[in-house]
Design a protein around this ligand. Structure first.
Ligand SMILES: *[C@@H]1O[C@H](CO)[C@@H](O)[C@H](O)[C@H]1NC(C)=O
Ligand SMILES: *[C@@H]1O[C@H](CO)[C@@H](O)[C@H](O)[C@H]1NC(C)=O
Ligand SMILES: *[C@@H]1O[C@H](CO)[C@@H](O)[C@H](O)[C@H]1NC(C)=O
Ligand SMILES: *[C@@H]1O[C@H](CO)[C@@H](O)[C@H](O)[C@H]1NC(C)=O
Length: 407
C-alpha cells in the first residue's frame, strides 16, 4: 500500500513537471487541467480502437474554460483507426503523447487524408516525445504513383489544417503510409525536436509537407525517408528552416509548382546550418514546364549547407514534365518566375557530375540568383564536377567550385 502510494506520488510529481514544462510558453498556467485519456476508456493495449476515447478527452479539454488544458496520453500502445481533433478551443491546449500511437495496417480503414488530424485550433502544443507509427510497410507495395498519375493516395500520419500560434516539440514519426507531417494553411507554427524515419526506398513518404502556410520555423529535426525531407508547396511564405539532418531522402524541395491555375507565390524561405547525407537531391526548386499559373518564387536564402554524397546538391528544374505530358522535351516553358535566390557556403560531395544544375525557363529566366562560396566535389572517377546553367541571371561572389556557370 505504502509503496503504491509512493509510486503514485512520484509519478504524479513527474507528471506535474511534465505538464508544467510543456506549457505553451514558459511560465505556469493557472488552472491547467489534465485530461488523461485513460479516464475516457482508452485501453493502450495496441488492439482496441482508442480513437473514440481520445476524441472525447480532446473535446472536454478543448471546451474547458477554466484555464489551459492538457490531453495526456501515457506510455503504452494506443491503436487508433483514424481521428480528427477539431477546435476552436476555449484556451491554450497541450496534447502530450508519451507512448505510441499505432495506425491500422489495412490502409482501407483510414478514410480521411491524414490518419491523425488537427483542425481549426489556435495555441496548440503537441509534445511528449512519443511515437506515431504509421504501419506503412503493409501498404507500400500498393503504391504505383510512379507509373500511374491517378494513383490512389494513402494516409499521411498527421495533419494540421487552419492551426495558428502553435507548435510541435519533440515527437517521432515512423513508417507513414504516404507522408509523415502535413501542414496546410497554418500560421505562426513551429516544429522542433522532431525525428522522422522511413526506409529510403519507401514510396512517397515525404517528411514534412507544407502548403498555403506562413510564419513557420522548423529547426533541430532529423529526417530519413523515401521522398522529400521537406516539401514546400504553393502559397508558403516566411518559412525559416535550420539545423536539419536530412538523409536518406530527396532533400528540401520547393514544388513542383505551376501546374494549377489558382496557385499562390512562394516567398521568403531560408534554409541554414543543415546537412544532407546520401540524399538524391539537396536544395531543389522544381516547376512544371507545362504550367498555367504565373506565380513567383522569391527571396530565398540557402546558407551553410553540407552535402555528403548527394545526387544533385543544387538544382533548379523548370523543365519538370513527368508522365510524358510535354510530347517532346523543350516544347513548353514554365511560367513560374524565380527571383532573388542566394546560395552561400554550400560545400561537400556530389555523386553526380553536374553538382550545380540550374535549368531556368526560357520565357521567364531566373533573376538575381547569387552564388557565393560554393565548393562541391564530384566523388566519381570520371572527371571533375561541372556546373550547368541555362537562363540564369544574377551574380557570383567568392570562390565557386564547380565554376563555369554563365550568370
Ligand atoms: C491564442 O493566443 C493569442 C495570442 O497569441 C490570443 O490572442 C488568443 O486569444 C488565444 N486564443 C485562445 C483560444 O486561447
Ligand atoms: C516560433 O519560433 C519563433 C522563433 O524562435 C518564436 O519567435 C515564435 O514565438 C514561436 N512561435 C510559437 C507559436 O511557438
Ligand atoms: C534536438 O532534438 C532532439 C530530439 O530529436 C533533442 O533530444 C535535443 O535536445 C534537441 N536539441 C536542441 C539543441 O534543442
Ligand atoms: C553520413 O551517413 C553515414 C552513414 O549513415 C555516416 O557514417 C556519416 O557519419 C554521416 N555523415 C555526416 C556528416 O553526418
Amino acid at each position: 500500500m505504502a509503496s503504491r502510494f509512493l509510486i503514485l506520488c512520484v509519478s504524479s510529481l513527474f507528471f506535474f513537471f511534465l505538464t508544467v514544462s510543456s506549457a505553451p510558453t514558459s511560465g505556469y498556467y493557472k488552472g491547467d487541467k489534465v485530461f488523461d485519456v485513460r479516464n475516457y476508456g482508452a485501453h493502450g493495449d495496441g488492439k482496441t480502437d482508442d480513437a473514440m476515447a481520445i476524441t472525447k478527452a480532446w473535446n472536454d479539454a478543448c471546451q474547458w474554460s477554466g484555464g489551459s488544458s492538457t490531453v495526456y496520453i501515457p506510455l503504452g500502445t494506443f491503436y487508433l483507426s483514424q481521428i480528427t481533433l477539431s477546435g476552436p478551443c476555449k484556451s491554450y491546449i497541450t496534447f502530450i503523447i508519451t507512448g505510441t500511437l499505432s495506425a491500422p495496417r489495412d490502409p482501407n480503414l483510414i478514410k480521411q487524408e491524414e490518419w491523425i488530424e488537427f483542425r481549426y485550433v489556435d495555441n496548440l502544443t503537441v509534445t511528449g516525445g512519443g511515437l506515431l507509427d504509421g504501419q506503412g510497410s503493409y501498404s507500400w507495395s500498393l503504391n504505383d504513383c510512379d507509373k500511374n498519375p491517378k494513383c490512389r493516395t494513402l494516409a499521411i500520419n498527421i495533419g494540421f489544417a487552419f492551426v495558428r500560434y502553435s507548435r510541435i516539440n519533440g515527437l517521432r514519426s515512423i513508417n507513414s503510409k504516404m507522408g509523415h507531417f502535413n501542414l496546410f494553411s497554418v500560421e505562426d507554427f513551429n516544429i522542433t525536436g522532431v525525428t522522422i524515419t522511413a526506409p529510403g526506398d519507401s514510396p512517397n513518404t515525404d517528411g514534412i509537407k507544407i502548403g498555403k502556410s506562413k510564419d513557420m520555423h522548423i529547426y533541430n529535426v532529423t529526417i530519413a525517408t523515401g521522398d522529400d525531407c521537406i516539401a514546400i508547396l504553393d502559397g508558403t511564405t516566411n518559412l525559416d528552416i535550420s539545423n536539419v539532418r536530412c538523409g536518406p531522402g530527396h532533400g528540401i524541395s520547393v514544388g513542383s509548382l505551376g501546374r494549377y491555375k489558382d496557385e499562390k507565390n512562394v516567398e521568403g524561405l531560408t534554409v541554414r546550418n543543415s546537412v544532407f547525407n546520401g540524399t538524391t537531391d539537396g536544395l531543389r526548386i522544381k516547376t512544371y514546364a507545362k504550367s498555367v499559373s504565373e506565380i513567383s518564387v522569391s527571396n530565398f536564402v540557402y546558407d551553410n549547407i553540407q552535402m555528403v554524397n548527394v545526387g544533385n546538391p543544387i538544382v533548379i528544374d523548370q523543365q519538370y514534365c513527368p508522365h510524358g505530358q510535354c510530347d517532346s522535351p523543350g516544347k513548353y516553358n514554365s511560367h513560374v518566375q524565380i527571383r532573388n535566390v542566394k546560395y552561400n557556403k554550400i560545400w561537400g560531395t556530389s555523386t553526380s557530375q553536374a553538382a550545380l544544375n540550374m535549368q531556368c525557363s526560357k520565357t521567364f529566366p531566373c533573376q538575381d540568383v547569387e552564388l557565393s562560396n560554393i565548393n562541391l566535389m564530384y566523388n566519381g572517377r570520371d572527371g571533375l564536377a561541372t556546373a550547368l546553367c541555362e537562363n540564369v541571371g544574377g551574380s557570383v561572389r567568392g570562390k565557386i567550385v564547380p565554376s563555369g556557370c554563365r550568370i
